[in-house]
Design a binder for this molecule. Structure first.
Ligand code: CMC
Length: 372
């Protein structure tokens, strides 16, 4: 019998050699390498290259890839103008979506091929760095700039955002970019694949992904989790807040639960390490203490159902300690995810291409006679 699988749960739409997840054991690897080891030992560019082209780069491949990205940090004027024209209250991820969408309008004849992909990928990575840095600059009342290449992607990005930045924060950003780079095929990547499967261009496919990322059940969770901590205000208020909101009002505890994991999200190891290291100011320590108490209560209550902490519970604390406000969190997630999404698009379109066109089982009226 044909059955509907709500949420496409347990439906497999592609083979992948990119990300391996064992949701029961809490294991995650990119092309066979443990995610936390990559976050510790590699840079964003190296891991992007690994995901996009199959292996970690040697020195000259890495330098060439970095040079190509750096050549694309200067945005064309029309993109800068759109950035300036959008209203102040515009949502930062919505701005990213809109500017990429404008770019897609001049890429409509894109033909997937290894050669074309090699050219457009560094262009997209350079452009996205610049767009996101400038979204942050405009939101904090500063002018648009062309980011200046620094030692790596993370430092180029943070130096474009902030006047002063230290190495601990650059390392944390670099790791966050790696940890968030890919996660098999969540809603956003699936949206990109649906679009790319029609042979629509890369920018349009990316726009589809960003649109899906915006929802609070997906990319918005880091922001949602952090807002819970702000609402709780003090560590002493964790238990009363939890009892009222989560137990009595049956709200979901944001930052807990996952479609794939039945244990802790493995990326938490690195995020917790950076949250501990960077939360040095009294208000940051306060938030971290709230988070730890809330996590303990949430896990105690929900782990019997297989619900544990996901990465978004702590990533916002890290982003905030680097210097970003809450309304940038989802956009930073978007920035991190771009290479993973592009790697999935290439893997799908060039190796397994088939138009994604599922079916729905009709359960409406039987034939009816037309009457006015
Ligand atoms: N708090 C309380 N109860 C929960 C939670 C939660 N965070 N998550 C799931 N449950 C309960 C849910 O109420 C249901 O209970 P019951 O069986 O008694 O009705 C059961 O667990 C199964 O929930 P589900 O919604 O069927 O599970 P799902 O696989 O569709 O949900 C999820 C996955 C991420 C949407 C959900 O866990 C959730 O809403 N979490 C909070 C939002 C969040 O943190 N999202 C970030 C996900 S990780 C980033 C990403 O990959 O996008």
């Amino acid at each position: 019998m044909t059955e509907v699988s709500p949420g496409l749960e347990n439906v497999y739409i592609k083979y992948t050699a990119l990300t391996y997840i064992d949701g029961n054991k809490g294991i995650m690897r990119y092309r066979g390498y443990d995610i936390n080891e990559l976050a510790e030992k590699s840079s964003f560019e190296e891991v992007s290259y690994l995901m996009l082209f199959g292996e970690l780069p040697d020195e000259s491949e890495l330098q060439n890839f970095k040079n190509q990205i750096n050549k694309n940090l200067k945005l064309p004027d029309y993109m800068k103008n759109i950035l300036k024209e959008l209203p102040e209250k515009a949502d930062s991820l919505g701005i990213l979506q809109t500017v990429l969408s404008a770019r897609s309008s001049v890429e409509s004849n894109y033909k997937y091929s290894e050669k074309n992909d090699m050219e457009i990928i560094p262009e997209i990575l350079g452009n996205v760095l610049s767009i996101v840095a400038n979204i942050y600059r405009l939101k904090s009342g500063r002018d648009i700039i062309d980011p200046v290449p620094d030692k790596n992607y993370a430092s180029t990005f943070l130096r474009a955002c902030f006047d002063k930045i230290d190495d601990d924060k650059i390392n944390a950003m670099d790791s966050a970019l790696i940890l968030y780079m890919d996660h098999e095929i969540p809603a956003s990547t699936t949206s990109a694949l649906v679009t790319a499967s029609t042979l629509s261009d890369m920018y349009s496919s990316l726009v589809s992904a960003i649109a899906a990322l915006r929802g609070p059940l997906h990319g918005g969770a880091a922001e949602g989790a952090y807002k819970q901590f702000l609402e709780i205000k003090t560590p002493e208020n964790v238990e009363p807040w939890f009892n009222k909101n989560i137990i009595d009002d049956k709200k979901r505890l944001i930052g807990l639960g996952h479609r794939v994991y039945r244990t802790y999200d493995p990326r938490l190891t690195s995020f917790k390490k950076y949250a501990d290291k960077l939360s040095t100011a009294p208000d940051q320590k306060n938030i971290l203490e709230i988070a730890k108490r809330l996590e303990a209560l949430g896990v105690k209550t929900f782990s019997p159902k297989g619900i544990y902490t996901n990465t978004d519970f702590y990533s916002g604390i890290v982003f905030n300690a680097i210097g970003f406000p809450v309304d940038m969190f989802t956009t930073l997630f978007g920035l991190s995810r771009v290479s993973g999404i592009l790697a999935h698009i290439i893997e799908y379109v060039e190796k397994q291409e088939r138009l994604i066109r599922p079916r729905a089982i009709y359960n409406g009226y039987d034939r009816r006679d037309y009457k006015k």
